[in-house]
Design a protein around this ligand. Structure first.
Ligand code: SF4
Ligand code: SF4
Ligand code: F3S
Length: 266
C-alpha cells in the first residue's frame, strides 16, 4: 500500500481507439483496479478527465517528474510522410510526441496491430507512411501486444506481470510475450477435431456450418496466427471469433490486411 504506483503514459497516434476500448473491459484483473490501484495513469487522452492544454501540461509534468521510470504505452502509430503531418496531436506531429515520450521511458508497450505492425493505415499503398513504432523507437525495450485489438486480459495481464516482477515478461523473437503468443489459434481451437477429421464448412450457410465444422476452407487463419483467443477467449472468455462462426482473420499477425485475412477466399 505504501509502494508508489508505477507511472504510465499512454499516447495515441493513428488508430481507432478500440485498443483502449478493449482495455477498459479487462476483467482479470479489472481495468479499474489497474488504473486506480496498480498504476498511475498520468496521461491518456482517452481516459483522463483533462483535455487540451491541461492534458498536454500533465504529460509534460509526468515526463519530467518520472524521467527514466515510466512505462510508455503506445496505441496507434506515427505516419512519417510529409514530416508527420497526417497525425497532429496537441498541435504537433505525433511522431515528435512519440519520440519525446519514448526518450524518458524505461520500457515501451506497443498496443495492438497498429503500434506493433502498422495495421490498416499501413496497408498498401500506405500513402501516409504509417510506420510501426519499433522503426521509430530503436533504443528502448519494446513489448508488442498485437491484435486488433488485443484481448483485454492480455493487456491487463502484461501490465500486472511488469508491476509484480518489475521486469518484462519473456518475449519471443518478434517481441511478443511468449505466455500469450506462444501458441497458434489452431493449436487450442475447439473445432480442431473437425479439422483433423477432414470435416469442413464449405459455404457460410451450409449444413456443416450449422454442425460447427472447421472453418479452414472458409479462409480461417488460425493455423498461422499466434494469439490467446482460443485459450483465454473474449468478453471474459464467453466466446471468440471462431466460436461465433467466423474464421480467424489473423489480426495479431504482421501483415494483417495486406496478407489477405479478409475474405481472400471469396
Ligand atoms: Fe484499433 Fe486495431 Fe489499431 Fe487497436 S490495433 S487501435 S483496435 S485498428
Ligand atoms: Fe484451425 Fe480455424 Fe479450423 Fe479452428 S476453425 S481448427 S483454427 S482452421
Ligand atoms: Fe484476431 Fe484471430 Fe483472435 S482474428 S481476435 S487473432 S481469433
Amino acid at each position: 500500500e505504501t509502494k508508489p504506483r508505477t507511472p504510465v503514459i499512454w499516447v495515441n497516434g493513428l488508430e481507432c481507439t478500440c485498443c483502449s476500448e478493449s482495455f477498459i473491459r479487462g476483467a482479470h484483473p479489472l481495468a479499474k483496479d489497474v488504473v486506480l490501484s496498480m498504476i498511475s495513469l498520468d496521461y491518456s487522452h482517452v481516459l483522463m478527465a483533462a483535455a487540451g492544454h491541461a492534458a498536454e501540461a500533465a504529460l509534460a509534468e509526468a515526463m519530467e517528474t518520472h524521467k527514466g521510470n515510466y512505462i510508455l504505452a503506445v496505441e496507434g502509430n506515427p505516419p512519417l510522410n510529409e514530416d508527420g503531418m497526417f497525425c497532429i496531436v496537441g498541435g504537433r506531429p505525433f511522431v515528435e510526441k512519440l519520440k519525446e515520450a519514448a526518450a524518458g521511458a524505461k520500457a515501451v508497450i506497443a498496443w495492438g496491430a497498429c503500434a506493433s505492425y502498422g495495421c490498416v493505415q499501413a496497408a498498401k499503398p500506405n500513402p501516409t507512411q504509417a510506420t510501426p513504432i519499433h522503426k521509430v523507437i530503436t533504443d528502448k525495450p519494446i513489448i508488442k501486444i498485437p491484435g486488433c485489438p488485443p484481448i483485454a486480459e492480455v493487456m491487463t495481464g502484461v501490465i500486472t506481470y511488469m508491476l509484480t516482477f518489475d521486469r518484462l515478461p519473456e518475449l519471443d523473437r518478434q517481441g511478443r510475450p511468449a505466455m500469450f503468443y506462444g501458441q497458434r489459434i489452431h493449436d487450442k481451437c475447439y473445432r480442431r477435431p473437425h479439422f483433423d477429421a477432414g470435416q469442413f464448412v464449405e459455404a457460410w450457410d451450409d449444413d456443416n456450418a450449422r454442425k460447427g465444422y472447421c472453418l479452414y476452407k472458409m479462409g480461417c487463419k488460425g493455423p498461422t496466427t499466434y494469439n490467446a483467443c482460443s485459450t483465454i477467449g473474449w468478453n471474459e472468455g464467453i466466446s471468440f471469433p471462431i466460436q461465433s462462426g467466423h474464421g480467424c482473420i489473423g489480426c495479431s499477425e504482421d501483415g494483417f490486411w495486406d496478407q489477405g485475412g479478409f475474405y481472400d477466399r471469396l
